[in-house]
Design a protein around this ligand. Structure first.
Ligand code: SF4
Length: 476
């Protein structure tokens, strides 16, 4: 694997927050609990902060993977505005180095290639969201902790423009940094890897206690919180691990905080294994429900009812989910069951903005066609399109069904705009999707392996993958 120590993205920097200046030109970083102490020219563990001339600087301000439209369900958030479209913003670097990271190509700074780095200002991010009718920014993927300065500034601007902010993180972060985020975020979706100090040390290179403290800090502040747990095959997918997780949620948070058990796929340095067996995830869910957690979901699992939300009193189906899609037809505008009125603890934010659809496409438009079939566990796709022309152009995408087709979604691109969005299987009889585009539009399709995975190679580069277990590029 090529290491990119000389990549261009490293060449610019900006003053960092949470800096402590020490004698003899040394600085200490107070962003993550590593508290790296850095001499002149030294990088922190994350690879995206360093000491330059005796000051702490950030190397990744405004440097991002491609902004991507997804849905809120992508972020293990099931109790806030179901079906909400979000603009996912991932960056580069991470304060952890998990052995199974599915975004290692962007989270580990030494592997980040310039081709995968896009440059945004806070204004540009907000503008993309507004132009595409998206009401929420999601700070996600590799991990937003190490993007602190850009996240704060953009989230602040987004708030001023009426947008919401979601923070999806492994949350290895200091209390000072959490304090700076609390006033800006509407939602925290936190990945808690295990209630096991040894697990954190061995598989993530971090420590458990700061993560637990951070979650409690968010909970005390009253900001919407959901907790997810990636269950690693034969390591953290047993009943005892689920019991510890549920016990901690019940004792330190409360029974209404949604808990997600998420299926793992082999990746990065942990490929010599298999996906989490679904019966173990189902058992974990049963255990947590028996112990008293009110809403427990499975993630990265299709064709089961275990990602739906049911009323705890009358059993009515409140939110019907398939993969990353949701229909909240059983809930009223206050987040209560339409049938019996019980509070389902779902925060509603008014009607979710839907994209525009058409039944037919004008024959005059000269188009190229691309098709994709869902296969194995690959049930979603990122479509990235660049309009190189000086005119606005339209791209069309629709779902193909075993017994027909759905309407075309219309995506309008401004002159010179590059836009990326997800399309995810939404029902069992959906076989794939079809994209129609003007001849001059440059488009790439990327297979997505599980939610919050950011693919860096397209099927135009690698072909459709014969395996649906581990994405390319493979770590060597
Ligand atoms: S963010 Fe964490 S890993 Fe990076 S320099 Fe600061 S303390 Fe070190």
């Amino acid at each position: 694997m090529i290491k990119n120590d000389d990549a261009k993205w490293r060449h610019t920097h900006q003053q960092a927050r949470l800096e402590e200046i020490l004698p003899n030109g040394v600085v200490r970083c107070h962003l993550s609990p590593r508290n790296c102490t850095l001499r002149e020219g030294q990088h922190g563990f994350c690879g995206v902060r360093m000491n330059r001339n005796g000051r702490l600087v950030t190397l990744n301000y405004g440097k991002s993977v491609h902004a991507t439209e997804e849905t809120i369900e992508t972020e293990a958030v099931n109790h806030f505005s179901p079906g909400e479209r979000i603009l996912s913003m991932g960056n580069i670097g991470c304060m952890l180095n998990c052995a199974y990271c599915h975004n290692w190509k962007t989270s580990q700074a030494k592997y980040v290639e310039d081709k995968d780095v896009y440059h945004y200002t806070p204004e540009q991010v907000v503008d993309i969201a507004l132009r595409h009718g998206i009401r929420m920014l999601s700070w996600t993927y590799n991990d937003p902790v190490v993007w602190h300065e850009f996240v704060r500034e953009t989230a602040m601007l987004a708030r001023q423009k009426g947008l919401m902010n979601l923070y999806k993180s492994a949350f290895y972060i200091t209390p000072e940094a959490v304090e700076e985020l609390l006033p800006l975020m509407d939602i925290f979706s936190i990945s808690l890897k295990a209630i096991d100090e040894e697990y954190y040390r061995k598989y993530t290179t971090g420590r458990l206690q700061p993560v637990l403290d951070g979650i409690k800090q968010v909970y005390r502040a009253g900001v919407h919180l959901e907790v997810s747990n990636l269950m690693i095959t034969d390591i953290s997918d047993d009943e005892g691990s689920a019991r510890k997780m549920a016990d901690w949620v019940l004792k330190e948070l409360d029974a209404t905080v949604p808990l997600h058990f998420v299926r793992f796929h082999p990746d990065y340095r942990m490929r010599d294994t298999v996906r989490t067996p679904i019966p173990r995830l189902i058992r974990a869910r049963e255990v947590a429900l028996e112990m008293g957690v009110e809403q427990v979901y499975l993630g990265n699992v299709y064709d089961t009812p275990f990602s739906n939300t049911y009323c705890k009193d009358c059993g009515t189906l409140l939110i019907d989910r398939f993969g990353l899609n949701a229909k909240a037809e059983g809930l009223d505008e206050k987040g209560c069951c339409r049938k019996c009125g019980r509070n389902a603890h779902v925060k509603m934010r008014g009607p979710v903005g839907a994209p525009s659809f058409v039944e037919t496409i004008p024959a005059s438009e000269v188009l190229e066609r691309k098709t994709f079939q869902w296969h194995g566990d690959v049930r979603s796709l990122h479509v990235q399109a660049r309009n190189a022309s000086a005119q606005p152009v339209k791209l069309y995408v629709r779902r193909t069904l075993s017994n027909g087709t759905a309407p075309w979604r219309v995506v309008q691109l401004s002159p010179q705009e590059s836009f990326r969005f997800i399309i995810a299987q939404s029902m069992p009889n959906e076989t794939g999707c079809e994209v129609l585009l003007p001849k001059d539009l440059q488009t790439n399709l990327h297979e997505v392996f599980d939610r919050a995975h950011f693919p860096t190679v397209s099927i135009e580069q690698t072909g459709i993958q014969s395996t649906d277990v581990t994405p390319l590029p493979a770590y060597r």
